[in-house]
Ligand binder design. Structure first.
Ligand code: DGL
Length: 269
């Protein structure tokens, strides 16, 4: 069991920021990554569609013997994590990218926390509900920032266009007076430094990638599932291949990777 891979999925390539952080902390683990590029963006989809996609992807990862399935997408963590736990919770260890952040916020006891993410993530109010239950003394405000995913994917980072878009979003009245900002989308670590600059480093900007990796390491340790075999093989699949995804994947993973197409949506697979 120990040398089985850690399964990770996202709507596309954004979850590679989480895969990268896991690789940094746990280089001895094999990864199997699935990006559902045929259906992205998840941020504009209904909760029901995201649940259907997430279910099939989880089956795919389990067919590749994943010892853990990590939902490395906030939109899917917000909409599908509970139903995945109900259906697959007895078979495999499931993780999301929201609970580790909620646990961290509870340690830090911020006064007012802002959440930015896709429309689906923000409309679900999953962060608000979970933080409210765990840290009732923390005020939570949230703002959908749907332009940020295409902005990042098109390479607008640390330039005039991205500065204008970020300033317009981050100066929204909703976010006034926050002492921490949660990057509630796995694409956003790419612009973390730029957001820090816009706030003049006066608030804490939180991305989940590192804390998810630490939680994964703890879970693997507790369950005696750390890979000690010395055999490591990483596999990266997407459901629809275009050269564009091949080009931008390296930016999110911070290193070269080979993406293969896995057509899990055709009737023959
Ligand atoms: N990476 C996804 C997330 O964390 C956002 C991209 C999308 O909308 O598909 O929600």
């Amino acid at each position: 069991m120990n040398d089985q891979p850690v399964g990770i999925f996202d709507s596309g390539v954004g979850g590679l920021t989480v895969a990268h952080a896991i690789k940094q902390l746990l280089p001895g683990e094999s990864l199997i990554y699935f990006g559902d590029t045929a259906h992205l963006p998840y941020g504009d989809k209904s909760a029901e569609s995201i649940r259907t996609y997430s279910r099939r992807i989880t089956e795919f990862l389990l067919s590749h013997n994943a010892k853990v399935v990590l939902v490395a997408c906030n939109s899917a963590s917000a909409s599908a994590y509970d139903s995945l736990k109900e259906e697959f919770g007895e078979k495999v260890i499931l993780m999301d990218v929201i609970d580790p952040v909620v646990a961290y916020l509870n340690e830090k006891k911020f006064t007012k926390v802002g959440i930015i993410g896709t429309k689906r993530t923000i409309e679900s109010q999953t962060y608000d509900t979970k933080i409210g239950l765990k840290s009732p003394g923390t005020k939570v405000v949230s703002l959908a920032t749907p332009l940020l995913v295409p902005m990042i994917e098109e390479g607008f980072i640390f330039d005039d266009i991205s500065n204008a878009i970020l300033r317009a979003y981050l100066s929204d009245n909703t976010l006034q007076g926050i002492d921490a900002l949660v990057l509630g989308c796995t694409h956003y670590p790419i612009i973390k430094n730029q957001i820090n600059r816009i706030f003049n480093f006066s608030i804490e900007v939180i991305d989940s990638a590192r804390m998810v990796s630490v939680m994964l390491r703890n879970i693997l340790e507790e369950n005696k599932l750390l890979n000690s075999s010395g055999k490591v093989q990483d596999l990266f699949f997407i459901s629809e291949y275009t050269p564009f995804f091949g080009k931008i994947a390296g930016m999110f993973f911070e290193g070269e990777i080979n993406l293969s197409k896995a057509d899990i949506w055709s009737h023959n697979t």
